[in-house]
Design a protein around this ligand. Structure first.
Ligand code: SAH
Length: 203
């Protein structure tokens, strides 16, 4: 999977490739889907949500430029797969999921796999997780019309935020914002993507 779908499609950061090779994707899907865990597509994880496509997880991790001492916020834990990958790249990962069942299942899987530097919280991630801010990198795994202000506020100077921006049916673009020393932000468009919507009510 890593050779064909990740490196073969242009991901070159050796730490990201190592993390993708190390995390067993089949551990994050139902037993009946394990056979499909290494194809490069999204898979259902319950509650109408999906585990992200491996290439997209790698792309976002690379775009977020996660370094070994970084503290990372993820919005949209889903299965916990991307959080496990980020956990191999960073010092600490804080991830928020709005579906209680998914948050609980992901936390259990991460514990079982020994991902001890990843903490899961059930709640609305569009407000971030203030207690552990500021973050060196923020990865948002659901699409919204714009970057929520609370997430920008919780980004460290020099920090990177990667998020799909766009409507539910309209084209979504993966964007990267970088917080500058003077307090401003730069914004880059990285390419077209397709994500489930960022929804701010918890269940
Ligand atoms: N990174 C996940 C992919 C998750 S799909 C993985 O590797 O499996 C996006 C997830 O974002 C869904 O689980 C959805 O429930 C969640 N989500 C959507 N809006 C949210 C919000 N406001 N706060 C937290 N989670 C949210």
């Amino acid at each position: 999977m890593v050779r064909r779908h990740i490196r073969g499609r242009g991901i070159s950061d050796p730490r990201v490739l190592e993390a993708m090779a190390a995390v067993p994707r089949e551990a994050f899907v139902a037993a009946t889907l394990e056979r499909r865990a290494y194809a490069d597509g999204p898979l259902p994880i319950g509650e109408g949500q999906t585990i992200s496509q491996p290439y997209v997880v790698a792309w976002m991790a690379e775009a977020a430029e996660v370094a070994a001492r970084d503290r990372v916020l993820e919005v949209g834990t889903g299965s916990g797969y991307a959080a496990a990958v980020l956990g191999r790249l960073a010092e600490a990962v804080y991830t928020v999921e709005r579906h209680a069942v998914l948050a609980e299942t992901a936390a259990g899987r991460l514990r079982k796999l020994g991902c001890d530097n990843v903490q899961v919280r059930h709640g609305d991630g569009s407000g971030g997780w203030r207690e552990h801010a500021p973050y060196d990198a923020i990865v948002v795994a659901a699409a919204g019309p714009g970057v929520p202000g609370a997430l920008r506020e919780q980004l460290n100077t020099g920090g990177r935020l990667v998020m799909p921006v766009g409507g539910r049916w309209a084209t979504q673009r993966l964007v990267r914002e970088r917080r500058l020393g003077a307090g401003g932000f730069t914004c880059e468009e990285l390419g077209a993507v397709r994500f489930v919507p960022l929804v701010d009510d918890v269940c």
